[in-house]
Design a protein around this ligand. Structure first.
Ligand code: ATP
Ligand code: MG
Length: 657
């Protein structure tokens, strides 16, 4: 079973509805542009920050890249719709043949009743013409009805697959990919693919078939004239080949640039408060305009290529029809051809104009689709590096002993010659023990917590829980045993209940209330609909401290064996912090906990404190021991402790508010 099925948050019906809305995310979004700007996403596009390469310079498909090879990869998704598509193509072919038969009936009329001046003989062929007209119209409608639904289902299946893949891909993947590139793949690229499958592919086949059948009919009417039209195929194929390779590169660039534009819009919307607060609206507006201009430039280049192709494609049949007309009139004059045959010839030849004219834009659509398909499979082909093992181990007991042995970690995009962020890290947290981890900013505390949930995998050494390597656990099992309260309290636009029960959807209201009590989130009772109040983007806005308390409730609700809290009390006032701490004490008493702490008051909750420095645990002991013996620890916590004790004193005297 893929990771998605086990990671809970990604697959439960409730959670798929959730939309992320968080001030923390807003905050990070403002750093997003810089990150994106300096780090080319795998989509390959780099926004316009100083020193970076121009937008859309990503992974243009090379001219030699085969459109067919790209499109062929769609087949597994298309398979269920194939009978309908074949039916649709067959119906379209019959409809087109009705159109081609029209001039042949005209020929019979001209050479028959009209030449013989027999008006009675007109009725039957006239009725046939009406029937052919009606048949053509009805069949084209049937074609649309046949292909419509199955293709929408194919699009849905592809979108579902993409969404599942995005959920299953590791955090490291999402660190690298700009959100807009992923959103544009899930939205506009799949739309392009649907249009091609429902319409373009069918008509590409039908129109080429019609051209061939039409040429055979023309040759049967007059071999030399038919050959003049058949000769069109040679320059048409050559031209299509020539323009296709030029168009292909542009098609890919335009879609990448569309992704960049989506990223800018997404970041601007999520980071709107910070953008406004720093007065950066004009700057971002300019950036957006520059990107939009680049996209427009690419679209115009596409239009130029396609219009040149189109001009030639439209001109060639005109020339060949002109030539055929000159020869045809002479043949009629010489008595080698009847007037009816000449009319029929031109009727059929005119009927071939749409199949020929359409080749230009059908090829363009095929190229757009090939580029969209490549972009889709770039995500689908990305490796799921963090997954459950084939034979997971699940120790019966849930004591919660956590052990880091010689752990090292380096981010994949770190400079090759830089030191690993964590290296030779050893830490043993006994069952039921609370260890606080203290370290300077950027020392790797958050990264350390992420390793315990396997959001990233260690690069060296191992982490064991109750004696079993984390990589040997089923991911769902592991994530049930270990709960994490993130530094940034991300909430989703859903009810309070759904947010708290994110990791335990089957939890009861009593459990939610108990978790809210521990997190001192009594404010929920004052919300208009209590636990049912929707929070986030489409609902109530919460303060930073309120969000943090809900995130804390979410971490404790499942009563995990290991609780990892990344600075969970930073946004709380000292008064609330003291209350949360006393409630947390009861939870921490029965749970193994790793507590990232910046303040002395949080450290006080722990049995032992570990100092993270230079990528390893540099010192471990009680708070007072470390204060007395480790200068770096004293430096990190001393002034804080003084301030904290002052504030606590104030709080005790009821003056903290
Ligand atoms: N996804 C990432 N890709 C590359 N480098 C990263 C990534 N996330 C963090 N880093 C880098 O790793 C280092 C440690 O980051 P981390 O967030 O673990 O620090 P921290 O100790 O939690 O800091 P703070 O106290 O500010 O929360 C930082 O230098 C950061 O730039
Ligand atoms: Mg951190």
């Amino acid at each position: 079973m893929p990771e998605t099925a086990r990671t809970g948050p990604s697959t439960t019906p409730t959670e798929t509805r959730l939309t992320q809305t968080t001030p923390a995310q807003t905050g990070s979004s403002t750093t997003g542009p810089a990150t994106t700007g300096s780090t080319p996403g795998p989509g390959g596009t780099i926004p316009d920050l100083p020193g970076s390469t121009p937008t859309g310079a990503g992974r243009p498909a090379s001219g030699s890249h085969s459109v067919y090879r790209s499109l062929r990869r769609l087949y597994p998704y298309l398979r269920p719709a194939m009978p309908y598509l074949i039916g649709s193509a067959a119906v379209a072919a019959v409809a087109t043949l009705c159109g081609l038969a029209f001039p042949l009936v005209l020929r019979k009329i001209i050479d028959g009743p009209i030449a013989e001046r027999n008006t009675n003989g007109l009725w039957l062929p006239a009725l046939l013409l009406v029937l052919l007209g009606i048949g053509e119209a009805v069949l084209f409608n049937v074609r649309r009805l046949l292909a419509g639904r199955p293709i929408v289902r194919v699009e849905q299946a592809m979108r579902d697959a993409l969404y599942s893949r995005l959920q299953a891909l590791p955090v490291a993947f999402h660190d690298r990919w700009p959100a807009g590139q992923l959103i544009s793949r899930a939205a506009s690229d799949l739309g392009i693919i649907r249009r091609f499958m429902a319409f373009g592919a069918v008509f590409l086949v039908v129109n080429i078939g019609t051209f061939m059948v039409g040429v055979v009919i023309l040759m049967s009417l007059s071999l030399p004239l038919g050959l003049i039209v058949a000769a069109l195929a040679v320059p048409l194929v050559a031209l299509s080949w020539f323009y296709e390779s030029r168009y292909q590169t542009l098609a890919r660039r335009s879609q990448d640039q569309g992704g960049d534009l989506t990223t800018t819009v997404e970041e601007s919307v999520l980071g709107i408060r910070i953008i406004k607060a720093f007065g950066r609206s004009a700057h971002l507006g300019r950036r957006f305009l520059d990107q939009a201009r680049a996209l427009r430039g690419t679209e115009l280049s596409k239009a130029k290529v396609i219009s040149m192709l189109w001009a030639v494609i439209i001109l060639l049949p005109e020339v060949s029809l002109g030539l055929a007309l000159i020869f045809g009139v002479r043949q009629v004059a010489n008595g080698e051809m009847t007037a009816g045959e000449l009319v029929a010839f031109f009727g059929v030849a005119m009927g071939l104009r749409w199949p020929i004219d359409s080749i230009g834009w059908l090829l363009a659509l095929a190229n757009d689709t090939a580029a969209a398909t490549d972009r889709f499979f770039e995500v689908m082909d990305s490796e799921i590096t963090i997954a459950s093992p084939g034979r997971p181990v699940s120790p019966g007991g849930r004591a919660g002993r956590l052990r880091f042995s010689d752990v090292s970690y380096r981010f994949p995009d770190a400079f090759a010659d830089s030191r690993p962020l964590l290296s030779g890290l050893n830490l043993d947290v006994a069952a039921g023990e609370t260890v606080a981890v203290v370290g300077s900013t950027g020392s790797g505390k958050t990264t350390l917590t992420a390793l315990v949930e396997r959001l990233y995998d260690v690069c060296g050494g191992s982490i064991t829980l109750d004696g079993v390597d984390l990589r040997d656990y089923d991911l769902a099992d592991l994530r049930e045993r270990v709960a994490i309260g993130f530094e940034e309290p991300t909430l989703f636009s859903a009810s309070v209940r759904e947010n708290v029960l994110l990791g335990k959807p089957e939890g009861t209201d009593d459990e939610v209330r108990e978790a809210l009590r521990i997190a001192q989130a009594g404010f929920v009772d004052e919300l208009p609909w209590g636990l049912d109040t929707r929070i986030g983007e489409q609902g109530m806005s919460l303060s930073g401290g309120q969000r943090q308390r809900l995130a804390l409730a979410r971490a404790v609700v499942g009563r995990p064996s290991v609780l990892v809290l990344d600075d969970p009390l930073s946004a709380l006032d000292i008064h609330t912090e003291a209350q949360v701490e006393s409630a947390l004490r009861s939870v921490l008493g029965s749970t193994t906990a790793l507590l990232i702490a910046h303040r002395a008051s949080t450290v006080m909750l722990a049995d032992r404190v570990a100092l993270l420095a230079d990528g390893r645990i540099a010192a471990i002991g009680s708070h007072s021991e470390l204060m007395a013996t480790v200068p770096e620890y004293r430096y990190l916590l001393s002034s804080d402790e003084t301030a904290d004790s002052m504030l606590k004193d104030l709080a005790a005297r009821g003056m903290s508010r």
